[in-house]
Design a protein around this ligand. Structure first.
Ligand SMILES: O=C(CO)[C@H](O)[C@H](O)COP(=O)(O)O
Ligand SMILES: [Fe+2]
Length: 217
């Protein structure tokens, strides 16, 4: 069973509460929240207060993707605001094991993400500790970009690494996921799919989420 995590980056920020309710009714499994600081990535989005506001309008797990430098400074705020999964970037963190321990100490699931140019092997040692691996399939910073096909092989490698642990680790893919490519991404081994523009730019969110599911064998 796959999971769909609509990214609110492509939602109407002026009507965020209504957008979240609509996408929840449309069959979303998670709500993906993209946090950007203008340093790790060339864009600025939202912070913990917005996560706290979203927590009031949905029961769905909040899947918080931190594209920020020094995440240890802000992880307690995101945990308190009601995040369920907190994902940091391997490239942004000097002491990844310590950061994963911090997330777990706050009672949250810990995810680690890698950029398109970072090899799968960068996660080998931390794999025993994480709950979720997030593979960026576009360069982080913006919604609506095209899937980078060279990342498919990395998804296969990470699936093998996860299976070797024998642990229940989710393999999430983020960037350029559409109904016409989700099948091959799922075949490579991913089981959680972030979809921003594919859902929020569609006229009917229920149909858009169903179209994603229908293309996975
Ligand atoms: O982390 C992200 C960008 O850095 C977003 O989650 C991602 O781009 C989703 O948007 P889309 O599905 O439109 O590609
Ligand atoms: Fe994201």
């Amino acid at each position: 069973m796959i999971k769909i995590s609509p990214s609110i980056l492509s939602a109407d920020f002026a009507r965020l509460g209504a957008e979240i309710r609509t996408v929840e009714q449309a069959g979303a499994d998670y709500i993906h929240v993209d946090v950007m600081d203008g340093h790790f990535v060339p864009n600025i989005t939202i912070g913990a207060p917005v996560v706290g506001a979203l927590r009031q309008v949905t029961e769905l797990p909040l899947d918080v993707h931190l594209m920020i430098e020094n995440p240890d400074l802000y992880i307690p705020d995101f945990a308190k605001a009601g995040s369920d999964i907190i994902t940091v970037h391997q490239e942004a963190v000097p002491h990844l094991h310590r950061t994963v321990q911090l997330i777990h100490s706050l009672g949250k699931k810990a995810g680690v993400s890698i950029n398109p140019a970072t090899p799968a092997g960068a996660l080998e040692v931390i794999m025993a500790e994480v709950d979720l691996v997030l593979v960026m399939t576009v360069n982080p910073g913006f919604g609506g970009q095209s899937f980078i096909p060279a990342t498919l092989n990395k998804i296969t490698q990470l699936r093998e690494m996860i299976d070797r642990t024998g642990r229940d680790i989710e393999l999430e893919v983020d960037g350029g996921v559409k109904a016409d490519n989700i099948g091959e991404i799922a075949a490579a081994g991913a089981d959680v799919f972030v979809a921003g523009s594919a859902v929020f730019n569609a006229p009917d969110y229920t149909q858009a989420i169903q179209a994603l599911r229908d293309n996975v064998k």
